[in-house]
Design a protein around this ligand. Structure first.
Ligand code: ADP
Length: 631
């Protein structure tokens, strides 16, 4: 199937459907936005008509009867109504702006909720991230995407109210006749029809020209997105904390600047600058010229009728003003419809992301709460292939985790260790075979319930710029004594004493000047404390001491019994010496378990993979250090 690009024209019915869907979505998410915008638009659009109507009446009175009491009444009415409406407009604007501040975060929330609710395999898919990045870039480029229909809704409302008000004030222009003389020709239905035709032609031409211009902006979207992405990358390279050291030492900022400038994406000689000079400028200037020419024609028609005596001088200002507003309203109505169609292409991307389906079966069983923590997990002939991959990442894996025992998972890179843990946490479902918790397929459990039996320390764990206590408890209301106890078990008690606010000290300085920067090893200890705080029956550790120095690693291993307690533990480790304390070691190779058993037994298998790995590593240690790290 041919891939639809964002700059392709969307069929009308589809564009209509996408815009209606977006407006319904906003109505559901934020009805106050709609109400405030509608009320404000109504009052602000009608305000100029009040002025037009009353000034026409006042001018007519001044030009004819000049009755002081009538003039006074008209002036007072104008002042009072205008003042009341202006006050109302100000109050409604305040309401609308207030609601708008809350509106800005709504779409971010929509996207993050979608991401959080996605099956992990969908979250992991490159297309998901590509879509998300496109959505962000479209928004940055021109505000294209899901917010745009809300702005367009306001523009459409304004245009419709403007058209309604203008038609009401203009109708009598065609019904009032020139009483006598050659200008009576203007009374004929033909002249009225001609006037309406000119009105329509001009009002349709103006938005058509302006739309032709905006299509060029949209057509530049792909390049602009690329430009924004490159600008974000090269322009901020020097500010990126992760790259700051390399950038300074090797002056990569100069390289970045040169590279960005050489691509000429936004400069004065760039394609977008040429478009702005050329067709975009031409279309917009022609559109303005047609609009002014039309206003001139309106003046001539209205003045001729007034000259012939059809109405007074005051009505001239009313008609000219109202028709100009009418033409502006119709033009804006059609140009907004055109923009909605252009934006529909960007909405396609938004909904492709929001409509990503969840295909994993969601069970509803609760996990039995057992005081004896006897939870047994079994892999029964499990095979797994990543979506789209041709080779098996795991093949025919059968294994039972015995309650309260320690299992080490070892093997070379790419042998399937991480995949095994991903399946255990049900981030993916097996392609073949099944995984059972206490004899029941894990798919049948409610997923949140199922996850509650695991504490995981990932190798690339992430902490947040929150207080230490909140990080450990993963809660805004941590149990301080328990947090401190877990930090002590993880070996961070000395460092904690140095922190200015103890467990209330913020990690990192992103949001708090008193925040503390921590080393990789300290972060890993906090991650271990977080796993301990959760106190789940299973604890999974993926290279739990990778970022620790040898002394800290030694401390952790000596405390391991205390840390694990009665939990069932699963370790992934490259350092075989650190797996010796485990009851059982499973050796992975090419996605299958090639050996299983205790350290000594595995080492005695001369042709086994374990022995080969063990001696390959041992040669890097002196006998001393090998023995020490093997404690
Ligand atoms: P290990 O943790 O032992 O280093 P992994 O479980 O990460 O190994 O990888 C096992 C196999 O699965 C490897 O061949 C790897 O290339 C492949 N693999 C891992 N992640 C993905 C993924 N997201 N998509 C496709 N293949 C993957």
């Amino acid at each position: 199937m041919k891939k639809k690009t964002e700059t392709a024209k969307v069929p009308l019915h589809e564009a209509f459907g996408l815009n209606v869907r977006t407006l319904k979505l906003w109505w559901k998410l934020y009805p106050a936005m709609f109400l405030s915008a509608t009320a404000y638009t109504l009052v602000s659009t009608f305000l100029p008509y009040v002025g037009l109507y009353f000034s026409a009446k006042i001018i007519d009175e001044l030009a004819a009867a000049r009755r002081p009491e009538v003039l006074l009444q008209l002036v007072l009415a104008t002042l009072l109504i205008t003042a009341a409406m202006s006050l109302g407009k100000a109050a409604l604007e305040r309401w609308k702006n207030h609601e708008r501040t809350g509106w800005f975060s709504k779409d971010d929330k929509l996207y993050s909720e979608k991401l959080l609710s996605l099956d992990f395999c969908a979250l992991d898919a490159p297309r998901t991230h590509e879509l998300l990045s496109q959505i962000r870039q479209n928004d940055q480029w021109f505000g294209w995407g899901i917010r745009m229909p809300m702005r367009q809704f306001e523009a459409l409302l304004t245009a419709l109210f403007q058209i309604g008000g203008s038609v009401a004030l203009t109708a009598s222009l065609f019904t009032l006749s020139v009483p006598s003389g050659p200008l009576m020709v203007l009374n004929s239905p033909l002249s009225a029809a001609l006037s309406v035709a000119v009105l329509l032609a001009a009002t349709l031409l103006v938005p058509a020209l302006s739309n032709a211009g905006s299509i060029y902006w949209a057509s530049y979207a792909d390049k602009a997105k690329e430009g924004n992405r490159k600008f974000g990358f090269y322009g901020f390279a020097a500010c990126d904390r992760r790259r700051a050291l390399d950038t300074r030492v090797y002056r990569q900022d100069i390289l970045c600047q040169k590279s960005f400038l050489s691509q000429n994406l936004f400069g004065v000689k760039s394609d977008i600058a040429k478009l702005a000079h050329g067709p975009i400028g031409m279309y917009s200037a022609t559109s303005a010229a047609v609009s002014y020419a039309f206003t001139g024609l309106v003046y001539i028609f209205v003045c001729l009728k007034a000259w012939g005596g059809a109405f007074g001088i005051g009505a001239v200002t009313q008609y000219v003003g109202a028709i100009t507003l009418l033409s502006g309203g119709v033009a804006s109505f059609f140009s907004t419809l055109g923009e909605m169609r252009v934006n529909a292409a960007f909405l396609r991307t938004t909904y492709e992301f929001l409509d990503i389906p969840n295909t994993m079966y969601q069970g509803s069983l609760t996990v039995e709460k057992r005081a004896d923590r006897k939870y047994e997990i079994e892999f029964r002939d499990v095979s797994f292939r990543y979506p789209g991959a041709e080779t098996w990442a795991l093949r025919h894996v059968s294994m039972k985790f015995r309650v309260g025992e320690r299992l080490a998972v070892v093997g070379r890179n790419g042998s399937g260790k991480t995949t095994f843990i991903k399946l255990l946490c049900r981030l993916y479902d097996p392609t073949e075979g099944e995984i059972l918790l206490n004899g029941i397929d894990i798919k049948k459990y409610n997923y949140t319930e199922y996850l509650s039996v695991f504490s995981v320390i990932f190798q690339d764990f992430k902490l947040f710029a929150f207080p230490v206590g909140q990080n450990v408890a993963a809660s805004a209301d941590p149990n301080r004594a328990r947090v401190e106890e877990c930090l002590k078990k993880a070996g961070l008690d000395e460092r904690l004493k140095e922190m200015p606010l103890g467990v209330d000290t913020c990690l990192y300085k992103d949001f708090d000047e008193q925040g503390v920067e921590i080393s990789g090893g300290e972060g890993q200890k906090i991650a271990i404390a977080r796993a301990l705080y959760k106190d789940a029956p299973f604890i999974i550790m993926d290279e739990p001491t990778a970022a620790l120095d040898p002394v800290a690693e030694y401390e952790i291993y000596t405390k391991l019994n205390e840390i694990i307690c009665d939990k069932t533990a699963i370790f992934i480790s490259h350092r075989l010496s650190s797996c010796r304390f485990c009851d059982e070691i499973a050796v992975f190779d090419g996605g299958t378990v090639v050996q299983k058993g205790a350290h000594e037994a595995l080492l005695s298998e001369d042709s086994g993979m374990y022995k080969a790995l063990w001696f390959a590593q041992a040669q890097y240690y002196t006998k001393d250090t090998a023995d020490r790290s093997a404690v």
